[in-house]
Write a protein that binds this ligand. Structure first.
Ligand SMILES: [Zn+2]
Length: 152
């Protein structure tokens, strides 16, 4: 049977046995792929005694079937990159400075309480500095020094 590429009009003489009930073909000229289907009144159209090999010999260069081996090789996904490996861990991690004693929960609690107490004292000392200076005038010098440190 004669099949024409719908894209570039190139015609191919293809034995119907190769098409069957329909087969996707790729045009050897322009690369367009389409579904080739036998004519509606096809059954029995192939002359008896004519083998597919003989038909192939008579045929023009047929389009490359899309499920051909060349396509399969081209469509293979690229090889996956090897999974990244983590460096081998040899020694236990070095202790950080000042981390010689493993901290215990009560120790952290004491630290947090101390820091909070200092913060409260600093904030209160700054908020009530006027009262404090009024009650204890030498504190004025301390606040002056603190203000200079703060860039005031
Ligand atoms: Zn074509």
């Amino acid at each position: 049977m004669r099949i024409a590429c719908p894209a570039c009009e190139a015609t191919y003489e293809i034995p119907e046995e190769l098409i069957g009930a329909g087969r996707r073909l790729r045009c050897a000229k322009c690369g367009h792929a389409w579904l080739a289907q036998p004519p509606a009144a096809a059954p029995g159209a192939v002359p008896a005694g004519r083998t597919a090999a003989e038909a192939l010999r008579d045929a023009m260069p047929p389009p490359v079937p899309e499920d051909g081996r060349a396509d399969a090789a081209r469509d293979l996904p690229p090889p996956r990159p090897a999974p990244r490996r983590l460096p081998q861990l040899i020694d236990p991690p070095l202790p950080r400075l000042g981390d010689n004693e493993p901290p215990r929960s009560w120790l952290w609690l004491a630290w947090v309480a101390s820091i909070l107490l200092v913060l409260v004292l600093v904030v209160a000392g700054w908020a009530f500095r006027d009262d404090i200076v009024a009650a204890w005038p030498p504190a004025a010098r301390l606040y002056q020094a603190l203000g200079m440190m703060a860039g005031r």
